[in-house]
Design a protein around this ligand. Structure first.
Ligand SMILES: Nc1ncnc2c1ncn2[C@@H]1O[C@H](COP(=O)(O)OP(=O)(O)OP(=O)(O)O)[C@@H](O)[C@H]1O
Length: 279
């Protein structure tokens, strides 16, 4: 397979390197029912990087993100997250250091849960408000995050009454609540209308530009959803890495064509990207 930009590691990281690496995967594979969902993936994410994972349906994006979220153990290879070796560390201690937003997380939130509580309860790595005594500090931070994501006015509503876009924003606020060292967003723009997508892209772009924001990984199907300021790209197809490295090196018509299996032309307008079929 072609590769673009930086070469992936393929070996155990130098222990000193681990301080700057939020994700290190070496030779990672996931096998289910005789199929490789992921195969031989090498990947390094540093503290100040903002990654996009792009690929078609079934390419393995969610599987990769779930490994990075310490939700899934690979069948083969080694994974270090935030300097800890998966398999030799307590994932329950690790997970609060990782912000993760996905459709599966959304599906676990009860519809009658108050929006503020959806965010606050992330501090306890639980879904559902089962602790009564939340710190005022936590509540204040949750309100701040909801406001930052443009849904502060919805704090007293129940999650079930929110629109798709409002839910996505609430879940990103929730993912940021623990002040994570890495933020993983699985298709945050899925199901949003054009205005909602553009609002979200702008918010993620602001987050990308914030030097205090955590390392971020965004999974998407569409180059249109790449927020300006994101720095790196991995293209996946059939569980394998087509190319990875600096976004400006890797995001090409040729690599997109290989990743999606059809002749695609990439266009750029200012700091946004568009893709269409050739001809
Ligand atoms: N438990 C399982 N057993 C067998 N196959 C599985 C299992 N879980 C996932 N798969 C398959 O693995 C492949 C990769 O799934 P994954 O959800 O990672 O892809 P994706 O790139 O996120 O796809 P999408 O864009 O459609 O969400 C898919 O073909 C899926 O059907």
């Amino acid at each position: 397979m072609a590769s673009g930009g930086r070469k992936a590691g393929g070996v155990s990281p130098d222990p000193e390197d681990l301080d700057d690496l939020v994700v290190h995967m070496s030779g990672v594979g996931v096998r289910r029912g005789g199929n490789d969902l992921l195969a031989a993936v090498d990947w390094r994410v540093e503290l100040d990087e903002r990654w996009v994972i792009l690929g078609g349906n079934g390419a393995g994006k969610t599987t990769l993100l779930r490994i990075a979220a310490a939700e899934l153990h690979p069948t083969s290879g080694t994974v270090h997250l935030l300097g800890e070796r998966i398999g030799r560390t307590n994932v329950f201690e690790l997970r609060p250091r990782i912000g993760f937003s996905s459709a599966a997380v959304a599906g676990r939130v009860p519809g009658d849960e108050q929006v503020l509580d959806v965010v606050v309860s992330a501090g306890y790595a639980v879904v559902g408000r089962w602790r009564e005594a939340y710190d005022q500090l936590d509540t204040g931070r949750a309100r701040e995050l909801l406001t930052m994501l443009g849904v502060g006015h919805l704090a007293e509503r129940t999650f079930g009454t929110l629109s798709e876009g409002e839910r996505k924003r609430t879940l990103i606020a929730r993912a940021l609540m623990t002040d994570p060292e890495v933020l993983l967003l699985d298709e945050p723009a899925a199901g949003l209308d054009l205005g909602g997508r553009e609002d979200l892209v702008a918010t993620l772009s602001e987050l990308a530009a914030d030097p205090d924001a955590p390392a971020t990984v965004l999974v998407t199907h569409h180059v249109e959803e790449i927020p300006p300021g994101f720095t790196h790209l991995m293209l996946l197809r059939d569980g394998g890495v087509v190319a990875q490295g600096l976004l400006e090196d890797v995001l090409t018509s040729e690599n997109l064509t290989e990743a999606f299996g059809q002749d695609l032309v990439l266009e750029r307008s200012a700091d946004r990207y568009f893709a269409r079929r050739k001809g």
